[in-house]
Structures are given as structure tokens and as C-alpha cells.
Write a protein that binds this ligand. Sequence first.
Ligand code: CP
Length: 291
Amino acid sequence: MKNLYELNSLTNREIMEILDQAKKFKLGKKCDLLKGKKIINIFFEPSTRTHYSFITAEQNLQMEVTNFNVESSSIKKGESLYDTLKTFEMIGFDAAVLRHPAKNYFKILAGVKIPILSGGDGTGSHPTQSLLDLYTIREEFGEFTGLKIAIVGDIRHSRVAHTNIKVMKKLGMEVYISGPKDFDDNSSEYIEFERVVREMDIIMLLRVQYERHGYSMVFDQKEYNDKYGLNSEKLKLMKKNAIIMHPGPFNRGTELTDEVVECKKSRILQQMTNGVFVRMACLKRSFTEGE
Ligand code: CP
């Protein structure tokens, strides 16, 4: 069995194997290896894309799917995360998907003997989001080496940014960050947004995560969009083959305007679709032999 908590421990080859498997699934390959396996989706934080694309991936693999309800569970009586996961192992679940607000939550779960796939750990990692981002980039450009990406926005609070910066550099991409300096945590080289628009192959916009930091924006929506967001005017300044990505959910009118979401350069909707096939590949990997 294999857990999937973060991507640092995966080699480039292992990452490529997941992307290759996801491509096979997208092209229609069937797999009954996981048919009838019981899986539980445990989300302690809100989610639409991750939660429901995992459900879809599990259903595509003919798994038996259960969704955990935190509010009606013994978590409310003080049960620990470890005891909750161990309970699911002991009552017969074969795997779990887990999103939790605590960074590195998985460090206390070593005693759980079923595979756990992370749907995000606080501001730590979001491995399946990163993998679907990589899938979308490879689908567009065919390779990673030498591509220039800027991740723009609330870097400091973004598990997507932190995961992507490391893995994309490992794969040979040039990774920059941009946006309000308050969100710059020195996790990569900072460049001004004017350069982002004109020079990048990929512009990855991030949502301002008001719920994580209660940050009272010094900008209103329009001011943020003028300084750090994309709109129809800035689309015209981008490189011919450049694309726009966003992990979602997005704040329309802030980091991007309505006309950007489904414009020709946007791959935001494809990212959502690709997430299903990448998660199918991650689930299959979890049931293959090895640590
Ligand atoms: N991108 C992402 O993690 O979205 P959700 O929070 O909707 O799962």
C-alpha cells in the first residue's frame, strides 16, 4: 500500500508514472483492480473540486464509496484524528481520502495501515492538485523543462503554491511568484506582475484565502485586479501560446474577471476534468505493492 501525503518523497519517474496512468484513464482505459474496495472520504474543510472529483474517480474505479460527516461523528465527542482513522481501518475500510486543516497532520497517522491520500493539509501540501496541474501543463506543452510559470497571489497561505513550487523546480521549470508583497514568503523568486503578464508561459492565479488569515485587504476587488489580476486588456499582452491556470475556487472580479475564466487561454475548466483522471491514477497507485 502507498500513502500520498506530499510529493517531495516521489521521484520524477514516479510522478511521470502517475501522469502516464492518468492519461490512459483519460483515453478510456478501464481498470477493475479496485472494484469493490471500500473507501471513505473525510473532509474537515470545505471542498468541491477535490472531494467530488475523488468521489467520481472512486466510482469510475467501481469502489464502494462512503463520505464521512464530521458534524455527526465522534470527533464532536473529542475523538482524535488517529483514533478516527484507526476505527475506519478496523471496521473494514480499505483506504481513505483525508483533508484536514492541520499542516503535516499525517505525522500522527503512521500507525494506520490502510492507504491514505491527502486532499490537503492546512497550508502544507495538496499533492493531487499539483499532479493535476502538472498533467494539464504536460497536456499543453508536452514537457516541463524550461517552461516559465508565475504563481500569483496568496502564496503564503497556499498549499497549492508550496507543493507546486517544489515539484515544478524539480521537473526543470522556472518558477516565479508574484502578487501583493504581504503574501511573499520567499518560497521562490519574486517578479513584478507586469513581467508576469508579458513573459510567462503559464500564469497560475491563486485565490485570496480570506478564511485562513482574516487578512483585511488593503485593496478592493477592482484595485487588486488592476494590480495583480487578469482581465480582457491584460490577456492581449500575454505570449501567444501562454495559458492561464487556477486551482479554484476563484474570486471572480478579483484575481480574474468573468471573461478570463473561459477565454481561449484559460485551462481552468480542463484542470477540473483532469483532476478526475489524476485521482484515479493516484488511487490505483495506492493499491500497488511497495512503500
Ligand atoms: N482546488 C481545490 O482544492 O478546490 P476545492 O477546495 O474545491 O477542493
